[in-house]
Design a binder for this molecule. Structure first.
Ligand code: NAD
Ligand code: DAU
Length: 338
């Protein structure tokens, strides 16, 4: 069985590649990635010589290369993670989000429909549904209308619609998964949780947008990987699956939990200018996926403790990131007094 994973050098794709290489020694796992600022291969050192793993450096928007690769390899499954993923960057520079997330997905879809693919898994996000208000009894279901608010989520919603259209028009077998906020090992330190851990460890201020009351629904990345594995093998053709474990927290709660776990003071919190169009609340109803047999293994408490420990044990990984080009990004994005 040949499985192509796009974006397998990033955070979730990287965890998924390792999960699949370990779990299925008889599958051939191909990791296709351009290695943008968000991609890194050092995380795969321990699997790079395994017989069931191969890396391919390519750009999903490079039609000629992608089409000929698919003709050559005749993949059975495609699990499509590759994307620009950071909302703040999409507010500053939407163009690359349309190119990678919309045009890139269309290229991968064209290549997929040209071969005898068993299934295309499109890894999407709860952000395509827009935002919920603070009423804790309301959730995103698969029937919630798509109402994306940021250039990032608009580009993801557009790619979801293309995947749906290729299923309806050309009969491409597919599933779309829409997951809530992930956290865990190898999370790039521009995102809230790894940003907080790395800055608290360095005794630096943590920027909290607005009043910190926005709510996200957090899921450990391994539980997301297990969900995708299940959908790949058992998902009903054409179905959308929401992925989330009912772990709603305000941003302030998340930041305070990390500060407390690291034995530091809340004085490190700095309220900064709010994100433009900042979605108030996300919360997933995962009933359909649970009926398929999925159950998360981490609570937020066990997951965040494991993640903090991982960042303590793997300082060289994130220190190498925050000392490079990332510094320029940080200074442009925030104006924090140290
Ligand atoms: P990430 O930014 O960590 O990784 C993205 C990867 O895609 C990187 O390795 C990058 O090099 C690669 N890539 C970017 N442009 C490419 C191109 N043109 N060609 C080939 N590769 C390219 O992202 P992530 O957080 O791991 O998210 C992965 C996917 O999961 C995305 O599609 C995202 O929308 C979705 N998702 C993320 C979350 C989350 O909380 N992070 C939640 C739900 C869904
Ligand atoms: O919901 C799934 C989505 O989760 C994914 O589709 C995206 O790819 C992923 O990046 C994530 O998007 P968010 O915008 O929710 O994640 P982020 O970590 O950027 O922000 C989480 C919350 O924390 C959000 O309400 C904004 C806030 N925040 C973020 C940063 C980076 C801050 O208060 N300060 C910050 O410095």
């Amino acid at each position: 069985m040949n499985i192509l994973v796009t974006g397998g050098a990033g955070f979730i794709g990287g965890n998924f590649v390792q999960f699949m290489v370990d779990k299925y020694p008889n599958y051939n796992i191909y990791n296709l990635d351009l290695l943008t600022y968000a991609g890194d291969l050092t995380k795969h050192k321990h699997i790079e010589n395994k017989g069931n793993y191969q890396f391919i450096r390519a750009d999903i928007t490079d039609r000629e290369t992608i089409i000929s690769l698919f003709e050559q390899k005749q993949f059975d499954y495609v699990v499509h993670f590759a994307a620009e993923s950071h909302v703040d960057r999409s507010i500053t520079d939407p163009g690359i989000f349309v190119k990678t997330n919309v045009v890139g997905t269309q290229v991968i879809l064209d290549a997929s429909k040209a071969i005898n693919l068993t299934k295309f898994i499109h890894v999407s996000t709860d952000e395509v549904y827009g935002e919920l208000d603070f009423d804790p009894t309301t959730f995103f279901t698969e029937e919630t209308p798509l109402q994306p608010n940021s250039p990032y989520s608009a580009s993801k919603a557009s790619s979801d619609l293309l995947v749906r259209a290729y299923h309806e028009t050309y009969g491409l077998p597919m599933n779309i998964t829409r997951c809530s906020n992930n956290y865990g090992p190898y999370h790039f330190p521009e995102k809230l949780i790894p940003l907080t851990i790395s800055r608290v460890l360095n005794n630096e201020k943590v920027p909290v947008y607005g009043d910190g009351k926005n709510i996200r629904d957090w899921l450990h990345v391994i539980d997301h990987c297990a969900a995708i594995d299940l959908v790949l093998h058992k998902g009903l053709n054409g179905e959308v699956y929401n992925v989330g474990g009912h772990n709603e927290r305000t941003n302030l709660e998340v930041v305070k939990t990390i500060i407390q776990a690291l034995g530091k003071s809340d004085n490190l919190i700095e309220f900064v200018k709010d994100r433009l169009g900042h979605d108030k609340r996300y919360a997933i109803d995962p009933t359909r996926l649970e009926k398929l047999g999925w159950k998360p293994t981490y609570t937020f408490e066990t997951g965040i403790a494991q993640t903090i420990q991982w960042y303590l044990d793997n300082k060289e990984w994130w220190e190498q990131i925050i000392s490079g080009e990332y510094q320029n990004y940080f200074e442009k994005q925030y104006s924090i007094e140290e």
